[in-house]
Design a protein around this ligand. Structure first.
Ligand SMILES: Nc1ncnc2c1ncn2[C@@H]1O[C@H](COP(=O)(O)OP(=O)(O)OP(=O)(O)O)[C@@H](O)[C@H]1O
Ligand SMILES: [Mg+2]
Length: 408
């Protein structure tokens, strides 16, 4: 990520300073510039290192710490002060705010609170509004019926994003009963989403990364639970905390949703910046797109994030045309993925992602462009693809994939 926040910490207590450092270490969005154990030296440290954020743990000596903050307000007004204290008394918070604190976090520190505070500071500093531009990008992949291609899209998009070395990407399999993202990646994970959700209070970023499975593409995977009986152990509150920790750790989160639209799926939809709704060009799918869009319209801000991805275009002559489909759905088609049964079956059976197995195939290229569009927001390219593909031109024709050669 390009917009990294530079931090300096002051905390006379070694134990609490190390705990804060551990939480910060490994976070994508911050760089620890300096640490200091004496309040009286910190103004000099800030003057020399010019950090974006000064983390001041005030509990060792609140009077000294507040005096330091007043000094920094005058000498380093561009340094945002983030106060950490075990005392959440209103008077303490008020004094800290008056001394120039931008954020106040209470001990024990929760990683999601820290991330949210860093996000707010980053949003102001980088002018990204609500922190959206510089924080982790969450992409939810939802489907309109079983077998529509949700996991294929999620896994392959994840691998494509992970291959770019500036990205760190994790895939969360939220199909808690029958998820098969691990099969697509040919891995046998040690830990599952249940382990992470249940230990969220104890995990730091280093430990979290150790509990994930890393694929050769660079993609990290958090799979569904092994036992069906474990599914009720994950509740949406813990899951939101899990997402907070992941957002602090990875530049991109890809969420493969289940088709049950459970409370967990809804939490994922709300957390996402982009929701890819994968459909095919048949009536049951299109009818579900209409229904889902109607339901999503009831949740503030959700429908606007939905991007329709039509999968298996060119499957057979009986498919509804793209134009009719778009009219029926009442929403623009964001992206199309060609039908390529042979390649898709092979990659699934061999547990090798498209980018490794068939980097030049049309389906791979379409997914690479999709990844590019999602990370660079090239809406114009989408419109272009929509219009050219409908006319039978564009890469479908170019790649000779306009018609299916090998139906199901
Ligand atoms: N573009 C494509 N062309 C041909 N076959 C495809 C394409 N995309 C997916 N498939 C095939 O469709 C089948 C279902 O795909 P996948 O498992 O990704 O769907 P899903 O929506 O995740 O299913 P589920 O509802 O079981 O979670 C797989 O056999 C896959 O290989
Ligand atoms: Mg699936």
């Amino acid at each position: 990520m390009s917009n990294v926040l530079r931090l300096a910490i002051v905390d006379p207590s070694d134990a609490s300073r190390n705990a804060i450092k551990n939480m910060l270490m490994g976070m994508e969005v911050v760089w620890l510039e300096a640490e200091c154990s004496r309040y009286e030296f910190f103004a000099d440290v800030v003057a020399q290192t010019k950090p974006d954020i000064g983390v001041v743990a005030i509990d060792s000596n609140a009077d000294k710490a507040l005096k330091l903050m007043e000094e920094l307000r005058d000498t380093a007004p561009e340094c945002n002060i983030l106060v950490i204290s075990g005392n959440s008394d209103g008077q303490v918070i008020l004094r800290a705010m008056r001394a120039g604190a931008k954020e106040f976090l209470t001990q024990p520190l929760r990683v999601e609170d820290l991330v949210a505070a860093l996000d707010r500071i980053g949003a102001v500093k980088f002018g990204t509004g609500q922190g959206g531009g510089r924080s982790s990008q969450v992409i939810a992949i939802a489907g309109t019926t079983g077998g529509v291609g949700t996991t294929s899209v999620a896994v392959n998009l994840g691998c494509i994003l992970a291959q770019q070395k500036q990205n760190s990407v994790v895939l969360l399999d939220l199909d808690l009963s029958l998820g098969d993202a691990d099969v697509f990646l040919d891995t046998i994970p040690d830990y599952t989403i249940v382990d992470v959700a249940q230990n969220i209070g104890r995990l730091d970023i280093q430990l979290l990364k150790k509990s994930l499975t890393k694929h050769t593409s660079g993609l990290y995977l958090l799979p569904r639970p092994v036992q069906l009986q474990d599914i009720p152990l994950i509740n949406p509150e813990d899951f939101i905390r899990v997402l907070g920790l992941f957002k602090a750790t990875f530049s991109h989160l890809v969420l493969d949703l289940s088709k049950s639209y459970s409370p967990l799926d809804l939490a994922a939809l709300k957390a996402a910046k982009d929701v890819l709704l994968v459909t095919q060009l048949d009536l049951p799918c299109l009818r579900n797109v209409v229904r889902l869009l109607m339901s999503m319209g009831e949740i503030e801000g959700l429908k606007e994030k939905v991007k329709i991805v039509v999968n298996r275009v060119g499957l057979d002559a009986g498919q509804i045309s793209l134009k009719r489909a778009q009219e029926t759905m009442g929403k623009e088609i964001f992206w199309q993925l060609p039908n390529d049964y042979k390649t898709m079956v092979e990659i699934r059976n061999n547990g090798v992602p498209l980018i490794e197995h068939s980097p030049r195939a049309g389906i791979t290229q379409a997914l690479i462009t999709l990844a590019d569009m999602l990370t660079k927001d090239k809406d114009d390219a989408s419109r272009e693809q929509g219009s050219t593909a409908e006319k039978g031109a564009g890469w479908f024709k170019f790649l000779g994939m306009g018609k299916s050669k090998s139906g199901k």
